[in-house]
Each structure stands twice: as structure tokens, then as C-alpha cells.
Design a protein around this ligand. Sequence first.
Ligand code: SF4
Length: 267
Amino acid sequence: MAENWNIYADWNPWHGCTKISSGCKYCYVYRQDEMYGSEVSSSECRKTGNFNLPIKRKRDKSWKIESGKVVFTCFTSDFLIKDADDWRGECWEMMKTRNDLWFYFFTKRIDRFMECVPDDWGDGYDNVLVGCTVENQQMADFRLPIFKSLPIKHKSIMVAPIIGPVDLSAYLDDTIEEVAVSGESGVEARPCDYSWILDIREQCIKADVPFRFHQTGAHFIKDGRMYRIHRKFQLSQAHKANIDYRIDKFYVPETIKFEWKEDDYHD
Ligand code: SF4
């Protein structure tokens, strides 16, 4: 199950984002936009042509996104970005309509969460999974106490891109369904030290929280030696390390699946 890519779908209701913390420095959205020669600034958040994807149907009237999929939501922006406040309500409605899907989004703006939820959120929608992204200790200590206090049914922590040692111990308990750790990609990527990964793994094992080493990043330090890892091997090399703990449910694909065409997007 873990590597069955058929259970995943992508949904990017908007595209473009503003940088808010050091983890954003070499944001993949900016890098990909540059690579594809986008004429619109990456910091300009705009609705996409796929905004209504979860409720789109095929000619035979069946859903375009088949029942049972895990839908990675808004990974070419941040679902909680202020620029999208006027659009998000419709997304929550679509998530409610499609209660046969899992919607999974990651955010660096968890402090905005309660401003962004719909009136009937209550203690959370059953089919919405939220990942709080942190990149260093400072952001962990700012975002995770907020995250822990929020009414969300399914919570995970994404340490990405990891740019220093992080102690998550204070935040790990059975309310956290998974911790995933990734190094940074791109030519200018900051290095990821394997000792930081192993350290977080130990913290997770101690708290009995599932742990996943998601990807190495481009510059990977092991035993004091720096390795350059080609993009296409960053995921598989992390898997080869074989250090995941209690991972048996969902697998978080890396952004390598992120492909878009200019004509998918509205002006
Ligand atoms: S929050 Fe995420 S998408 Fe937005 S700039 Fe930062 S890294 Fe990029």
C-alpha cells in the first residue's frame, strides 16, 4: 500500500505564494516557475483552472477524482495564505461534498488556521489531514504549540526543508499521526545532516510516533562527508536508508510530481 501511487491525486486550487520564513528561501514553487519560464511572479497568488477539480465530473458523470483517493491539496501555494481568504470557503465546501476523499494539505501558516476554518468546522472534518511544516527549532517552537492546540482530526508534522537540528520531543504524542523529514532540493540547497534525521527518528521512537525519512535533499551530509544527490534519487536514497518507523498507511509523494502548464491557470 505504501508505494501505491494510484491512491493519490493532486489538487492545486491556487498557485503562487509569499515567503514567510527561512524554510521558504529556495521555495520549489519559485524554482519551478522559473524553470517553466512563467511570466507571472511566483509571489502572485492566483486561482487555477483546476479550482473546482474535486467536484468535476467526466462525461459519464463519474467524478474526475475517483472515490477513496488521498488528494494532495494546494502544494504550489499555502492553503492558509491570506491572499486566498476569499476563495477558501468554496474549497471547504468541496471537501465536505467529497467526503469520500482524503484532503491533505501542509502549511507554514498554521497560526492563521482558526481565521480560515468554516463555521461548521467544530473539532475538524473527518476527511481533512493537516501537516504543520517546520524547518528549524525556532519555527518548531513557534508553530507546534499552536498546532497542538487546534481542533484538527488528523495531524502530521513535516520537518522540511530541515536546515538544522530540531528537537520535537515536547510536541510528540498520540495526537501526531506522522512525522516526516526532508532535506532541501535545488542547486543552492542548504545541507541536510543525517545525524539530524536520526535524532528526530529517536525522538519519534521514544514517543511511539510514526516517522518517515522522506527525502535526502540535494546536499546530504553523512559521517561528516557531503554528498550531492541528484533530484531523481533524493526520494529513493531516503527509502534505501530504511529507517522509517511505524509507517504503514499513507505515503507522501515529494513535489517531483508537481508539473503545470501556463494554460492551466487563469490570469
Ligand atoms: S509557504 Fe511554502 S509555498 Fe509558500 S513560499 Fe514558503 S515554501 Fe513556498
